[in-house]
Design a protein. Structure first.
Length: 135
């Protein structure tokens, strides 16, 4: 849907990569994750730094429901909040304090900021900046 009408999958991939290149400034220093709203909220990209800090391999997260990176007690509220942002058209938020799961399902306190990536028409994508607080 959206601005992808008439594009073949390869063009879609190229367009996605162009946007990734534009927004992922310094891969090594950023904890970034990109989510896509379509049939749920899926993880489309996660920086190596994000994975390393939490002990994941990228392939474990790609295509996963974004709510799974949060403790179970927070998943519903985070999903509802994201769908609310989508519905009201507020495609960013400055900072939220929450908890995120690492690969061993330990809760880590963190701050999350989010903003929508432009050029994706109806198929909205958001980039989340996750700042994990060291205990």
């Amino acid at each position: 849907g959206g601005s992808f009408r008439g594009l073949n999958p390869e063009d879609m991939g190229n367009k996605f990569n162009t946007i990734i290149d534009k927004y992922i400034l310094s891969e090594s220093s950023m904890n970034q994750i990109i989510i896509k709203f379509s049939k749920g909220i899926k993880i489309k990209y996660c920086s190596s730094n994000f994975c390393n800090q939490l002990g994941f391999i990228q392939s474990q997260l790609l295509g996963e429901n974004f709510a799974n990176i949060f403790p179970k007690s927070l998943r519903r509220s985070h999903t509802r909040a994201m769908l609310h942002y989508l519905m009201v058209g507020q495609h960013y938020f400055m900072q939220k304090s929450t908890y995120i799961f690492d690969a061993n399902e330990h809760s880590m306190p963190c701050e999350i900021r989010a903003g929508a990536l432009p050029h994706f028409g109806k198929s909205l994508m958001m980039i989340l900046q996750v700042m994990i607080k060291k205990k």
